[in-house]
Design a protein around this ligand. Structure first.
Ligand SMILES: Cc1ncc(COP(=O)(O)O)c(C=O)c1O
Length: 294
C-alpha cells in the first residue's frame, strides 16, 4: 500500500464563519469534514501512526479504548481503508459486542477483545511498555503518542492565525497540546475536558507543550457531572446550534467547547470584537450510542 495515500487528500480544513453575538465574531474549523469515518482529530492522530506502521511493514495496528470510543471506530475504519489488520482491546465485557459502535467496527473487519474494567489499566500499561513488538503496531488509548501530537500540530493553518481565542474539547489532551504547539503567541487556547477531574490531562499538556509561550487553560467547570452524560440542556443546545448553523456537533467534545465559548462570551469574558474559533473535532459516530433524534 502506497504511503502517499494520506497526502492525496486535502488536509487543510475550512474555517467557516458562524455568527456574531455578545460582541464577538465566532467561526468554526471544520476538521470533521476531513473524512466521514475518521475525520476530525482522529485523522490528525492516525495519519503519522498509520504511515509509520505501513512504512515499517507491520501487518496490523492494535489499540485500546471504551465500548463507544471514537478512537476505536476511526482506527478500525482507517485500517480497513489502508489494508492493515486491526485488533481492538475494549474496556468492558463481551456483552458490549452488540452496541452500535462495536457492531459497526466489526463490519470494518477489526478483531474485538474485551478486558474487564478492573484489569484494564494494568493491561494498557503492559501493552504500552511492550510497544510494537511482533507484527502489531500499538497505538495508546485515545491515540496519545508523539505521532498523534505531530498530526495535531497540523490542525491550525494560515487561516486560523488571526483568531484571538481557540476552543477545543479535551479527552487525553493530545489534540489540545498539538494546537498549543502550533498556535500563535497572541492566541489564547481553551480546552474543555469532558470530566471534572483533569489533573492527568493538565500534566500531559504541560509536559508536551514545554517551550511554548502560548497561554492555555482547561475549563473543567463546564464538564458534565458524570462522564459520558448528555443532559437535556446540552441536547437542546446542540439542537439549537444545528438549527442556527446547519452544523451537527458531537455529543461530548465540540458541543461542550461550543457551549463554553458562547457562555463565556455572554458573560463578557472577551474583549469587544474578539474573533473566536471553535475546533470541530468530529466524533459524530458517538450519536449511535443515543436514542435521540437530532
Ligand atoms: C470527537 C473528539 N474530540 C476531541 C477529543 C479529545 O481528544 P484528545 O484525547 O486528544 O484530548 C476526542 C477524544 O477522544 C474525540 O473523540
Amino acid at each position: 500500500m502506497s504511503t502517499d495515500v494520506w497526502q492525496l487528500k486535502p488536509e487543510k480544513s475550512e474555517v467557516v464563519p458562524l455568527f456574531s453575538k455578545y460582541g464577538c465574531n465566532f467561526s468554526i474549523l471544520r476538521e470533521d469534514l476531513l473524512h466521514s469515518e475518521y475525520g476530525g482529530n482522529k485523522w490528525r492522530k492516525l495519519k503519522y501512526n498509520i504511515l509509520d506502521a505501513q512504512g515499517k511493514g507491520f501487518k496490523g495496528v492494535e489499540t485500546v479504548g471504551g465500548a463507544f470510543s471514537n478512537h476505536l471506530a476511526a482506527t478500525a475504519a482507517a485500517c480497513f481503508k489502508y489494508g492493515l489488520k486491526c485488533k481492538l482491546w475494549v474496556r468492558g465485557f463481551e456483552r458490549f459486542r452488540t452496541n452500535p459502535t462495536l457492531e459497526w467496527i466489526e463490519k470494518k473487519g477489526a478483531e474485538l477483545h474485551f478486558i474487564r474494567p478492573e484489569h484494564y489499566r494494568a493491561f494498557i500499561n503492559e501493552k504500552a511498555s511492550a510497544q510494537n513488538m511482533g507484527d502489531w503496531y500499538f497505538i495508546p488509548e485515545g491515540g496519545s503518542n508523539d505521532f498523534a501530537l505531530k498530526g495535531c500540530e497540523e490542525i491550525l493553518n494560515d487561516e486560523t492565525k488571526g483568531f484571538d481565542a481557540i476552543f477545543c474539547g479535551v479527552g487525553t489532551g493530545t489534540t489540545l497540546s498539538g494546537i498549543i504547539r502550533s498556535a500563535k503567541e497572541q492566541q489564547m487556547v481553551y480546552g474543555l475536558p469532558i470530566m471534572k477531574q483533569c489533573h492527568e490531562q493538565i500534566q500531559f499538556i504541560e509536559e508536551h507543550t514545554q517551550g511554548s509561550s502560548v497561554q492555555w487553560k482547561l475549563l473543567s467547570e463546564y464538564a458534565p457531572s458524570r462522564f459520558g452524560k448528555l443532559d437535556d440542556e446540552k441536547l437542546e443546545f446542540i439542537k439549537a446550534f444545528k438549527e442556527e448553523t446547519s452544523i451537527l456537533l458531537d455529543p461530548f467534545y465540540s458541543s461542550l467547547a461550543a457551549f463554553a465559548m458562547l457562555d463565556m462570551a455572554q458573560k463578557s469574558h472577551f474583549r469587544l470584537n474578539s474573533n473566536i474559533l471553535l475546533i470541530h473535532t468530529g466524533g459524530l459516530q458517538a450519536w449511535n450510542g443515543f436514542s435521540v433524534s437530532i
